[in-house]
Design a protein around this ligand. Sequence first.
Ligand code: MN
Length: 489
Amino acid sequence: MKRQFWFLVGSQCLYGDDVLITVDARAKEMVEYLNKSGKLPYELIYKGTAKSNGEISAVIREANYDKECTGIITWCHTFSPSKMWINGLASLQKPYCHLATQYNREIPNEKIDMDFMNLNQAAHGDREHGFIAARLRIPRKVIAGHWQDENLAKRLGDWMRSAVGVAVSRELKVMRFGDNMREVAVTEGDKVEVQAKLGWQVNTWAVGDLVKEMNNVTDSEIDALMREYKESYDIATDNIEAIRYQAREEIAMEKMMKGEGCTAFTNTFQDLYGMEQLPGLASQHLMSKGYGYGGEGDWKVSAMTAIMKAMGENENGSSGFMEDYTYHLSEDNMCSLGAHMLEVCPSLAEAKPRIETHHLGIGMNEKDPARLVFEGKAGKAIVVSLVDMGGRLRLICQDIECIKPIMEMPNLPVARVMWKPAPDLLTGIECWITAGGAHHTVLSYDVTAEQMRDFANMTQIEFVHITKDTTVEGLEDKLAVADLLWKLK
Ligand code: MN
């Protein structure tokens, strides 16, 4: 869908028409410049210079109801007394960014006089504006810098993507085929709380209904999807029937999701009633199209995958469902190997994935499931886990450095990604476990930790970031304080 962001400039009537005309013209110029910079992923729309409580309340009401408006960005060229903003901001339901910028880059030595000062007073106008959001405890992002700086536009663009994540989250529907894997704790959670906080509608459909839908898939539908598979992947198996079966599963799952408006799904190997294969290639190809997925009924990671994909490049970034599988604890080169029994998203792949078929012992697979096998890309990334702490949600994010796998692993029949977590493997493990992070994560190469922090701030959930500077002691203290803070909220 089309998304846009609204730029709202604060001022007041005290300055007279000439100043307001100048402010208006400059705001238009800045918006035009930013839109042409190529750094903003979404259009910025100038919504005027607000001078009164009534004007501000009206435009915020409009922003709340406008489908396309995904967030508001404010700035005060002049001074805008903030009591005028209270009624509007108190009702704001969209993500909010305060751009602390200034029209002129430099102080013009000879030309500066009191007229110049009265027109160019963002330095204190933005402080008055910032106070009221702090006073009202309104979540917002403050970005400071000159509007022509590339870095400012980039940061604004990144924030826009986080706001898109919130918009996607608020309308997200997750289709669960069956329940969670039996006895697992971390994939559980309070669906009512999650819907209230994040908007997710998480519901279950019977695997039997999926099997019925699979039986209705036609050969020509499968032929069409097979052509797509052939274009996207190398077929490295003679077992074409297994691939066609995965195509049948994919088509049926997508039909059911489209029918219900779902953009994320889960299943579990423990409930394949009437299915010959656990969906492998089927789930992987659906993820490549932007669908969220979580194994073993993990609906939280499925939803987060859909959201982080939508936050990424072109609203389908390089993000995917991941699982910490096994460690390499060699003293001079420690790393973690991530994979899943089948379902790793090909958006993480270094090169063209191969379709292979192998026996899968776990679950009730009657036939060998087809799956995509590949190595992940090298580069900076994050892994993210959302856990239910009872009474609140905690979003845990760890900085990682993905590396080219240090060995071939020719007998490993699944896609794999190898990485070194921050601050180092052992401390990283200790921190992750201390924070209660799950074995399932979303791994992303293009969504940043700052964007996830912004997402958590916008949705008012706890955020824990494990970085190169994190220590176990420091983290324990932070978590203890957070526990107290969240009880007080
Ligand atoms: Mn798993």
